[in-house]
Design a protein around this ligand. Structure first.
Ligand code: FUB
Length: 322
């Protein structure tokens, strides 16, 4: 699997061949190594490049014991640079595991990595004996690729149990934090201006009476309309819309069907084209011959009324957008 295909063009008279390297689109994305990635959060910062903040699966680890987060960047969505681990649980004083789905934001001239992490043990045989706990932290950097430093040295809160943070910074600079929580789904809380704590109360959002099991929320704004998207039942990507980042929200339907296994996604505009990033469960050179997670991308389109056209999963994904 290599997206760089060598095309040989041979001059008849000269008898020589010029070799050109052509970037070929493919899903999952080619990050240049056998790294297992999941939970992609895409952002376009001031340099116009796409930055992807992902979690990093340990090869064949079955309980989502995960240790660090990676940042990737690309100028065309096909050629990617892996900037390496931008934060590791080894650098946290309050967690030592569960480096799950991250997100990022830019505010106050700094880049923020918001991440779930935790500690404890998941007992698969006797779940009641599990001690696993997770919370949400924030780390900051002067660079979009990190390294990110946890200046708070603690989670934003300890109760409720929470993970899968998603930060949405509105046009007025207010930053809203959405997440998945134990008995706390469909809630939002605002970040303090310095991004080192939350302020106010958790707001339980009005979802129009439809609140299926979920994780991995994502919020974006297009043409003045807010979109709350999520993997419904952790698998089928679906969405709501609202006139406000805190709702009330109206359910609008499915963006992408399930392929089996959890899905986690983000939706972001790049060079005028909307892109859906998500992960797929595929057996690609897996040492345990089991499906592992890999980040993929698709084009996403809107109808004139702002509704999202359903996205089909493809093997080719997105082409080079130079
Ligand atoms: O990657 C670990 C967890 O799996 C994420 O936090 C969830 O969204 C699911 O993708």
């Amino acid at each position: 699997m290599n997206r760089l295909t060598r095309l040989a063009q041979c001059g008849f008279l000269a008898g020589i061949c010029a070799v050109a390297q052509v970037a070929i689109a493919e899903n999952p994305l080619d990050f240049g190594s056998n790294i297992r990635t999941a939970d992609p959060s895409g952002h376009v910062w001031h340099d116009g490049k796409m930055y992807l903040y992902t979690s990093h699966d340990e090869e064949c680890q079955p309980d989502f014991y995960m240790k660090n987060w990676h940042t990737f960047s690309s100028a065309n969505l096909v050629d990617w640079v892996d900037h390496g681990p931008s934060l590791s649980v080894d650098e946290l004083v309050w967690a030592d595991n569960f480096a799950w789905a991250p997100d990022a934001a830019y505010k106050n001239g700094k880049y923020y990595l918001i991440f779930p992490a935790g500690t404890g043990y998941k007992d698969r045989v006797n779940p009641e004996k599990s001690t696993k706990w997770m919370g949400i932290g924030v780390a900051e950097s002067d660079s979009p690729t990190g390294p990110f430093v946890d200046k708070i040295g603690a989670p934003l809160w300890t109760e409720p149990y929470a993970n899968d943070p998603s930060l949405f910074v509105d046009d007025d600079g207010r930053a809203y934090l959405y997440f998945h929580g134990k008995d706390a789904d469909y809630q939002v809380i605002e970040m303090a201006d310095d991004m080192r704590s939350v302020k106010g109360e958790f707001i339980k959002m009005d979802m129009g009476g439809y609140e299926p099991k979920m994780e991995g929320p994502w919020v974006f704004k297009r043409a003045g309309l807010y979109y709350f998207t999520m993997p419904e039942n952790n698998r089928t990507l679906s969405y709501y819309t609202s006139e406000s980042p805190t709702g009330p929200w109206a359910y609008q339907g499915v963006i992408m069907d399930s392929e089996g296994g959890n899905n986690h996604h983000s939706i972001v505009e790049f060079k005028g084209q909307w892109i859906l990033f998500y992960h797929r469960w595929l057996d690609r050179n897996s040492t345990c011959h089991r499906k592992q997670r890999h980040v993929a991308a698709e084009y996403l389109y809107f109808n004139d009324d702002g509704s999202i056209k359903k996205v089909e999963r493809t093997e080719t994904g997105v082409s080079a957008m130079d």
